[in-house]
Design a protein around this ligand. Structure first.
Ligand SMILES: Nc1ncnc2c1ncn2[C@@H]1O[C@H](COP(=O)(O)OP(=O)(O)O[C@H]2O[C@H](CO)[C@@H](O)[C@H](O)[C@H]2O)[C@@H](O)[C@H]1O
Length: 485
């Protein structure tokens, strides 16, 4: 196996900084790639959390003026990850979320902040760090979308480039006047085959247009984004580039998500013995102020509260949940209106609906370990990770039939047609009615203990690890390198 060197570029990396699924992937994929002969280093911005955790990092370059202020490139290792950190205090030394102010508004200089990240990625691609000259630069989401563009417009010999879409809805749109400040040729910003996007520029488009390969995180989402609706403005571009676009399913870190060793759950349980799930359910009911009952099916949700995730539809099914004698434990944060509406529903239905607004990793583990079913009613879902964690923790997924949810869950009605066993419930179209129908079906199945247990066991038997999926990335890198000669 020829060793391959890949520079990954990501704006968040678990366990150092995380706002969503991108961090999980950026944190787990490099570890899984080691077994496939891929040496991956990951470049990320030096936010305060990163600088605190990587206090012993080595400085490898320093600039008096990097995009308007002093900057440094650092190298560090953390939890098995090899990292490059771009420490540019005037761009990244800000409290809180990496992308938005405390009021939830995008930082006004986000264009500059993430252009700086991509610029250094391209320079590492050109050999800035002689000890690590990558064969491939792998950009994740719009924040890294300019890396393939810089490498393209630099017009020098360059490594191969891969652009991965974790979420088409975030496109990194800016004014084209930014071009000067970020050192891209002005022509590039007027070119429909470059960065031009409805009179402005889009960093995501830059990556989609100029990377050698495009991937997204499930085969179904790879198809969906080639339609005008699913492509959210990029359907035509992606149809043109269909020959270099593929979908590789996400995995999860099965060490972090392991019910046998999980330090965050009340009672650990093994794959052959689910008896302790009931004890976790009791703790979860307590934490969410729900009536203690083993008989009532407990539905869990762990999610960002956004239009994408379809949780407004779940609100409409509250009468079904109550009418069927089920309970709901929801952990989420995001859209203010949805937060308020969920809190109101919880106040109106004590003991039956429990809501925690916030971001809480530990509680997320307990929900996976203690809820009977996990609901993911997304309008679109590139892959989805919570349903994979649910399979690993024997919480039966109830999901909409879109994107990676379609690819990772086998519906109870589909099982006969395939040679694989059912692992959950899928519904379509993505409406409150269809979701209500799935909830009723799940409730009826829950009452049949044998049938429910079969669902749980086939979920537990599903491979949700990165092992094989990392192999698909390794094969893609090798193929790209071979074709570029
Ligand atoms: N309130 C909360 N408290 C604690 N933990 C919370 C939480 N809300 C969410 N999480 C955690 O954050 C992660 C979310 O991952 P998802 O894949 O579900 O969605 P996201 O839309 O962020 O990611 C995008 O990128 C990923 C990665 O490719 C794709 O799977 C996905 O479809 C795409 O939308 C999970 O690990 C989940 O447990």
């Amino acid at each position: 196996m020829t060793p391959v060197r890949v520079l990954a570029v990501a704006s968040e990396v678990y366990p150092i900084v995380k706002t969503g699924g991108l961090a999980d992937v950026a944190g787990a994929l490099p570890l899984a790639l080691k077994a496939h002969g891929v040496e991956m280093r990951t470049l990320m911005p030096g936010y305060p959390d990163v600088m605190r955790r990587l206090a012993g990092a080595d400085e490898i370059r320093r600039w008096p003026d990097y995009f308007g202020g002093p900057g440094r490139l650092l190298a560090a290792s953390h939890d098995g990850l090899d990292l490059f950190v771009l420490d540019v205090p005037h761009l990244y030394a800000r409290p809180g979320n990496p992308y938005v102010t405390a009021e939830g508004i995008d930082w006004p200089d986000n264009g500059l902040r993430f252009a700086a990240l991509s610029r250094i990625a391209a320079d590492i691609g050109h050999g800035l760090v002689p000890a690590f000259v990558p064969d491939v630069v792998h950009a994740h989401d719009w924040q890294a979308g300019l890396a393939p563009a810089y490498l393209h417009y630099d017009g020098r010999p360059r490594p191969g480039t891969v652009m991965t879409i974790h979420n088409m809805a975030y496109q990194g749109k800016f004014d084209r006047d930014l071009a000067n400040a970020i050192g891209l040729p002005r022509d590039a910003t007027f070119d429909v085959h470059g960065l031009e996007y409805f009179g402005g520029i889009s960093f995501l488009k830059a990556g989609l247009q100029l990377a050698d390969r495009i991937t997204t995180v499930s085969p179904t989402y790879a198809r969906e984004i080639q339609s005008d609706e699913g492509g959210m403005g990029f359907g035509g571009l992606l149809r043109e580039r269909a020959g270099v676009l593929s979908g590789i399913l996400n995995g999860i870190d099965t060490e972090v998500w392991n019910p046998q060793t999980d330090p965050h759950i009340a009672y650990r349980f093994g794959t052959n013995d689910l008896t302790f799930r009931a004890a976790n359910k009791a703790v979860l009911q307590q934490q969410f102020n729900l009536d203690s009952s083993d008989e009532a099916p407990l539905l869990g949700v762990i999610s960002r509260l956004s239009w994408q995730k379809g949780l407004d539809l779940l609100l409409e099914t509250i009468p079904t949940i109550l009418g069927e004698g089920m309970q709901l434990a929801l952990l989420g944060s995001g859209d203010r209106d949805l937060q308020d509406r969920y809190q109101a529903v919880a106040r109106a239905n004590p003991g039956r609906i429990g809501v925690v607004i916030g971001y809480d990793e530990i509680l997320a583990h307990l929900i996976q370990a203690g809820s009977d079913a996990l609901i993911v009613p997304s309008r679109f879902e590139p892959c989805g990770l919570t349903q994979l964690c649910a399979l690993r923790y024997a919480a039966v997924p109830i999901v909409s039939r879109v994107g990676g949810l379609e690819d990772t869950i086998i519906d109870i009605g589909e099982a006969d047609a395939s040679d694989r066993d059912a692992t959950g419930f899928k519904f379509a179209p993505v409406t409150a009615d269809a979701l209500s129908g799935a909830l009723r079906k799940a409730n009826a199945t829950f009452r049949n203990k044998g049938a429910w247990r079969r669902l749980q066991l086939s979920g537990l038997a599903t491979d949700v690890s990165w092992r094989n999926r990392a192999g698909d990335y390794a094969a893609l890198y090798r193929d790209l390198i071979a074709r570029r000669g």
